[in-house]
Write a protein that binds this ligand. Structure first.
Ligand code: SDX
Length: 438
């Protein structure tokens, strides 16, 4: 028997079906609400709204739980790697040895960019933000791969999946080389995914180059931790754009722009700016904690707080532990790590943060690792995008494969004027009285 919620609204009484997810999460299915009552729901930011059913990732924000296809993030962090995790998210299971070899080989062999893509970079200003370049070039890839736009053709979707996973690091590395006026470094198929990316980022053609395995392993872990996070802002963007049957390149390009925002993936860059500011101000952590509590002041603790986690973000736990190990192994001492740890310590003793359940999120410690490896701060969100790409692709494919993919088209609560007549120019007045709606 279907459990229901009984809604009394206006002169109607409707029973709405309840549904329970495999982890016990519960929803009220309101898909018939408007037809049966004439009412829609209002939920700015979708705080209370599930946009879809999904089997990819489970987040329990109250208990700090994150699982990719049922596997806890701690186990994947310990035992998996980024490409294997990408396979898991996209195809639903861990790959067999043969499937793993085939997947890695395919990705390795798609890393080259069309030579004409390099000419896009000539047009960008030297100080262009790499997130702007990343999205622009990803969108432009659709013009080079017009053979794989159709979202309902499994072969074309597979081709686009491989091309994007393989080429995003190349696009990212080229944006960095452009910004420092160095020649682009071609991919080296003899290297693993992360070593290849680090080499494209930091090698120069005039010197022999070898990649520090500690840096490659740390990057691998960071990308894995960022690989998916259910219906976050950028993934929801990829789903919404894809719901119009836009191709995968266009949908991912939109997701990159959504991720760029400082309230989302852009926070990783903001955290370092914040830590630098605090360090430069005598590492006066207390002053900035007080500033973050001052509602009249715009300052917020970047890397703190989360829509879903009302507990410590499990990814931050792993990254915080990794900071110590990686900086020691790379022989790096970064005072900003001490500032970050002190900031966390002070904030998590303060009721303002505890009462609002504001804890460090994935962005709070990631930048310390990226900086130690040698990435410039404006590349941090690009690294988030490379990590999140498998999740975006997995959700886009899951949506396309769903039985009835409806185009995403939310309703609204109209708060504008009632109907008025058109006013001919001759009857319009100038000056404040004639100003438009405030
Ligand atoms: C990511 O969704 C995902 O899964 C995202 C992500 C992923 O993997 O995809 O996990 C990645 O984007 C992590 C979040 C990165 N962003 C930041 O670190 C930016 C700083 N954080 C905040 O902007 C904020 O916490 C959000 C945007 C992350 C969440 O905002 P919500 O859920 O809309 O919460 P809110 O703004 O309503 O805040 C609730 C209260 C408010 O205070 P009051 O109005 O109750 O007085 O907490 C306060 C906020 O002012 N608050 C903060 C704060 N975050 C929230 N106060 C100080 N510092 C902060 N960082």
């Amino acid at each position: 028997m279907t459990r229901t919620a009984r809604l009394h609204v206006a002169d109607r009484v409707v029973d709405l079906p309840l549904a329970t997810g495999t982890a016990g999460d519960q929803v009220i299915d309101i898909s018939t609400l408007r037809d049966r009552t004439g009412f829609t729901t209002l939920d700015p930011g979708y705080v209370n709204t599930a946009s879809c059913s999904s089997a990819i990732t489970f987040v329990d924000g109250d208990h700090g739980i994150l699982r990719y296809r049922g596997i806890p993030i701690e186990a994947l962090a310990e035992r998996s790697d980024f490409l294997e995790t990408a396979y898991l998210l996209i195809y639903g299971t861990l790959p067999s040895p043969a499937a793993s070899h085939a997947f890695v080989t395919t990705i390795t062999r798609h890393t080259l960019l069309h030579e004409d893509v390099k000419r896009f970079y000539d047009g960008f200003p030297k100080d262009a933000h790499p997130m702007a370049i990343l999205s622009a070039v990803v969108g432009a890839l659709s013009t080079f791969y017009q053979d794989s736009h159709n979202p309902t053709d499994p072969h074309q979707v597979e081709l686009s999946t491989h091309r994007l996973l393989a080429k995003l690091p190349s696009i990212a590395a080229y944006s960095y080389k452009k910004s420092i006026g160095q020649p682009f470094i071609y991919p080296d198929n003899a290297l693993d995914y992360c070593s290849n990316f680090l080499r494209m980022m930091f090698a120069v053609p005039t010197e022999p180059s070898d990649v520090n395995p500690v840096a490659a392993r740390a990057l691998n872990l960071a990308l894995l931790l960022h690989a998916d996070h259910e219906q976050n802002c950028s993934t929801s963007t990829v789903r919404l754009v894809g719901s119009s049957h836009a191709n995968l390149f266009a949908s991912v390009a939109a997701g990159i722009y959504a991720l760029w925002g400082p309230r989302h993936g852009g926070a990783s860059q903001q955290v370092m700016t914040m830590l630098d500011t605090i360090q430069a101000d005598g590492a006066n952590v207390g002053k900035y904690v007080d500033l973050a509590k001052d509602r009249s002041h715009p300052f917020r603790l970047s890397g703190f707080g989360h829509r879903v986690y009302r507990h410590y973000d499990p990814r931050a736990t792993i990254l915080k532990r990794t900071c110590d190990h990686v900086l020691a192994a790379l022989g790096v001492h970064d005072p900003l790590l001490d500032v970050a740890k002190r900031l966390e310590e002070v904030a998590l003793k303060d009721d303002f943060f505890l009462s609002r359940k504001l804890y460090p999120n994935v962005d709070f410690y990631s930048g310390v690792i990226y900086k130690a490896i040698g990435f410039p701060v404006n590349m941090f969100t690009v690294l988030f995008a490379i990590g999140r790409l498998p999740g975006w692709i997995a959700h886009w494919r899951e949506m396309m494969q769903a039985p009835a993919v409806k185009i995403g088209r939310p309703r609204q609560l109209y708060t504008g004027r009632p109907a008025i007549d058109y006013v001919p120019m001759a009857q319009r007045l100038d000056g404040p009285a004639a100003a438009g709606p405030g």
